[in-house]
Ligand binder design. Structure first.
Ligand code: FDA
Length: 385
């Protein structure tokens, strides 16, 4: 194997975007390594063996963006369906539309409020804690949308996500709780939304389909037995690293904390389990946070009429060996992150990117957008170094 001009660690959307730009814009030879046995990072999907239904292996992925450049870019590799995401929530055995909107409010209070009446009613309920500075997430939630709606739809759900009573969570975790005073229950507000027509994997593989791009799977950057490992490559080649920043520095300043999810897959004997793609479970008495039924992501496909697949989602804090999904972002984490960033800035011929490399939650369009910016602003310099 000849040495590449650029090594990319991680074949998620960040790594793939930078690889594509490097190959097409700069005409350089790129090698992407990934420790997993497939490309695409967390956006990867595969056909469920029993039903053929496309399942998002690492959790539900819905593409949406208002960034025209990103939309134009992704459309080079795939078309998108006209899927519009909607979420419902089960509270005490009754199903309500989410995010909280006029339909949710009127159903919950058994009312027929107009938008102005609903706004006034919620403002009055939220006034319970008027004048006080919320000290924890519980008080913050009440001060934003009033106790009844907060306690029904947010309190126990958030408690399950964080395995922590919201009274013990910092108020800063939420800055706002969206309430819509219309019956619009589209989940996303973005200009563009949809799912890749031929599935995520076809899209992601197309991004790497270039004669100058080589992909090596099952290849860990920290595995000294493979030739493109950190010790052999550091300072010798330009590198984009999209793995966890704390792992890169051997956890020298401690572990950055993450939450993860466990997905429990089941094949109920029916052609349609819940009539929609995502059903949240708001109450603490149900241990999982939501059920995903992937067949509803693609109503246009010819899936079996008598079989389906569902994924129950459980949320918990991640251990080192788990998949890191959502940054916990405590004060301690933020302090360590600043120091890790300083160390990253000093790394020879290496840039850090993506959600793991920068320790931040990035939606897909944000990961792509930030990789395009890196390609614009830093790639030429990295290749020259
Ligand atoms: P990503 O994690 O995808 O890729 C990093 C890659 O690096 C992985 O493939 C990993 O194996 C590899 N790697 C790490 N260490 C390595 C090493 N030592 N050696 C070799 N390879 C290594 N976004 C959105 O827009 N809509 C949505 O609905 C969702 N839903 C969603 C659900 C869940 C549960 C999660 C966790 C995330 C989402 N997202 C999302 C976010 C989306 O997954 C995210 O934007 C992309 O994964 C970001 O791509 P990256 O390339 O940054 O990371």
């Amino acid at each position: 194997m000849s040495s590449p001009d650029l090594l990319i660690v991680g074949s998620g959307l960040f790594g793939l975007t930078l690889a594509e730009r490097a190959a097409n814009e700069h005409g350089v030879k790129v090698t992407i390594i990934d420790k997993r046995s497939h490309v695409g990072g967390n956006a990867y999907s595969e056909a469920d063996e029993a039903t053929g239904i496309e399942v998002h292996k690492y959790g539900a992925h819905l593409f949406h963006t208002s960034n025209e450049r990103v939309w134009e870019y992704v459309n080079r590799f795939t078309t998108f369906t006209d899927y519009v995401h909607k979420v419902y929530t089960n509270h005490k055995g009754v199903v309500y539309p989410m995010p909280i909107n006029l339909g949710t409010i009127n159903q919950f209070f058994g009312a027929s409020y107009s938008p102005d009446e609903a706004r006034a009613a919620i403002a009055e309920m939220a006034g319970e804690l008027a004048g006080s500075d919320p000290e924890n997430l519980n008080d913050k939630g009440i001060s934003l949308i009033g106790r009844p709606l907060y306690e029904a739809f947010i309190k126990e759900y958030t408690g399950k996500q964080w395995q922590t009573d919201p009274k013990d969570l910092p108020a800063g975790i939420i800055s706002r709780l969206p309430v819509r005073y219309t019956y619009d229950n589209r989940y996303f507000n973005d200009t563009h939304e949809g799912l890749p027509t031929q599935g995520y994997t076809a899209w992601l593989e197309r991004m790497a389909d270039h004669p100058n791009i080589e992909v090596l799977l099952d290849t860990d950057y920290f595995d000294a037995s493979q030739p493109l490992n950190k010790d052999a490559v550091r300072g010798q080649l330009p590198v984009l690293y999209t793995g966890p920043v704390d792992r890169y520095f051997d956890y020298e300043l401690g572990d950055l904390k993450w939450r993860t999810i466990d997905l429990e897959t089941e094949h109920p004997e029916t052609g349609d389990f819940q009539g929609t793609s995502v059903m949240n479970y708001a109450d603490a008495s149900v241990p999982f946070t939501r059920i995903i039924e992937p067949r509803h992501f693609h109503p246009e496909r010819d899936y079996p009429k008598d079989a389906t697949v569902i994924q129950r989602e459980y949320s918990r804090f991640a251990e080192r060996e788990d998949e890191p999904y959502y940054p916990v972002n405590s004060t301690e984490d933020r302090e360590s992150l600043l120091r890790y960033r300083e160390m990253a800035d000093g790394e020879p011929r290496t840039l850090f990117g993506g959600r793991l490399g920068t320790y931040q939650y990035l939606d897909m369009h944000m990961a792509i957008g930030s990789a395009l910016s890196m390609a614009d602003n830093k790639l030429a310099d990295l290749l020259r170094r």
